[in-house]
Design a protein around this ligand. Structure first.
Ligand code: ADP
Length: 485
């Protein structure tokens, strides 16, 4: 951990009830760019998770009883500490998951923005009054914190997926037990260290680390414990469905951010420069490993060749390498299985008539590196159509009519993010309203932010994170009829 200015941000223990807790059984955290072992952290299971839930439950009443401004001050201090340590957390993140350092810095700021935003929102958990149906009564509606929250997060945004869940939960007065992805526990633990410094009372934030093999046991404890009242999950649709089924046993509220299969449509009348820039940002951020990354690029006949040529020439400018190196903008994929999936998708596209314009192979650096790739003549028969590739591969589909593009875009069980580029105002409204997605970028390739509701429809999930809607997931409405006046 020579790369940390503040070595105390490196933690290799879980954080439960305000204590750093080690265990006899551990698992290794590796750098995907180099294969180097960065740390061994506790491989906890159901029992430790139960302990963390009890700690969170014990802290709940006291935390909920603070005034909104008292919670604001602690959250605000956490935000400041995260930003003061932006470079260290970014380096830790790049080391454990591979994204280029500039993107890691960006993610730390993005993660912190949720803490800042929800610190402020703590003061705005408003209720309402409703005209009473009876002359001698009054109707008041208040919002109360839901209770202990379980959060299970993925490796592709090791900081932001945690803060996007726990910051609104804390603002509302809830406490939380988080299980970070097995690939990226170190970023989560650094955030916990800063939370401790910010003054969160013991038990408000708990981080339980566990290996891939222990994830089902931790998940089962979180979803079936009667003490946990809400589950926030970001990850695969398969695991999301399992958690939802398990949560049914105690009728928990669930907020799920699951897989996507984002279409990116370029119409003939698009601004070509803007469309290419949008596709580059949307497709290749985090080496294509985000659930809102363009997965299917649908290009209209008249602009297809020009777009393909421009995109390919931009892709050739990418520098692939260890995210710690200056100038690198495509890091490694997370692991060998991720590389194998990309290889399978590319091989299938080629076998069915796809034409590789650039890339198409493992990178000469070896390991988990894959060449940024553009493939033409992609059709709906190919694997890339139906599954998220989660890698740096841009498949270009061709279409003729607007209706055909919208129908292709909607022909998926997923509905997270969609993008399109057009300069026709009528088409912009028609297509934006016709796309069956929770988020639509119109002439924009990046659409996340703390002030907007992030989330999907269909099998991409339930609930929204970010914006004033995000805090509602962690509150319950209570209606009070005040009679006998
Ligand atoms: P990804 O494909 O992004 O790795 P996963 O859904 O496998 O998506 O992982 C997201 C998070 O869910 C990780 O923290 C992982 O450990 C966790 N997870 C995986 N399987 C389970 C499970 N059966 N129960 C609870 N959590 C799980």
């Amino acid at each position: 951990m020579d790369f940390l200015n503040d070595k105390s941000l490196f933690k290799d223990k879980s954080y439960i009830g305000g204590e750093w807790v080690g265990g006899a059984k551990t698992f290794e955290v590796k750098n995907p760019a180099t294969g180097e072992v960065l740390a061994s952290v506790p491989d906890f299971g159901a029992e430790e998770t139960r302990g963390a839930i009890e700690a969170a439950n014990a802290a709940f009443k006291g935390w909920a009883a603070l005034t909104a401004r008292e919670r604001y001050l602690i959250l605000r201090r956490w935000f400041e500490l995260i930003m003061e340590n932006q470079d260290d957390i970014a380096r830790l993140m790049t080391a454990e998951m591979g994204k280029p350092l500039t993107e890691s810095r960006g993610e730390v700021a993005y993660a912190a923005s949720f803490v800042e935003f929800y610190a402020e929102e703590a003061k705005r958990v408003y209720g309402e009054t409703i005209p009473s149906p009876k002359a001698d009564a009054r109707v008041v509606v208040i919002r109360q914190p839901i209770g202990v929250v379980g959060a299970i997060t993925p490796w592709n945004f090791p900081a932001a997926m945690i803060t996007r869940k726990v910051a609104p939960a804390f603002a509302a007065g809830c406490t939380a037990v988080c299980k970070p992805a097995e690939d990226t526990p170190l970023t989560a633990l650094a955030l916990a260290e800063l939370a401790e410094r910010a003054g969160f009372p013991k038990g408000v934030l708990n981080i339980v680390t566990g290996s891939a093999a222990s994830a089902p046991a931790i998940g089962e404890e979180l979803t079936t414990s009667p003490l946990v009242r809400a589950i926030g999950f970001t990850g695969s649709t398969e695991v999301g469905k399992l958690l939802m089924r398990q949560s049914a046993s105690t009728v928990k509220k669930v907020a799920l951010e699951l897989g996507g299969n984002a279409p990116f449509i370029v119409f003939d009348d698009a601004d070509l420069d803007a469309a290419v820039a949008g596709a580059m940002a949307s497709k290749f951020r985090n080496a294509g490993q985000t659930c809102v990354c363009a997965n299917r690029i649908l290009v209209q006949d008249g602009i297809y060749d020009a777009f393909a040529e421009r995109l390919a020439s931009e892709v050739l400018k990418f520098k692939v390498g260890d995210g710690m190196e200056v100038g690198v903008n495509i890091g490694p994929l997370i692991n060998e299985q991720a590389i194998e999936k990309v290889e399978r998708h590319v091989a299938d596209a080629v076998a069915n008539g796809g034409e590789v314009v650039v890339g198409g192979h493992r990178h000469e650096l070896g390991g988990n590196f894959y060449e940024p790739t553009v493939i033409r003549n992609v059709t709906t028969r190919m694997l890339v159509t139906n599954e998220e590739t989660f890698g740096p591969v841009a498949p270009l589909f061709r279409f003729k009519e607007e209706d055909e593009a919208v129908a292709m875009a909607n022909d998926t069980p997923f509905g997270l993010a969609a993008y399109f580029f057009s300069r026709d105002i009528g088409r912009c409204w028609r297509v934006a309203e016709g796309l069956e997605y929770g988020m639509v970028g119109v002439n924009e390739g990046i659409l996340s932010g703390e002030t907007v509701p992030f989330g999907g429809i269909k099998e991409s999930g339930l609930g929204r994170e970010g914006s004033h809607h995000g805090i509602e997931e962690f509150t319950e409405l209570k209606y009070m009829l005040m009679g006998g006046l």
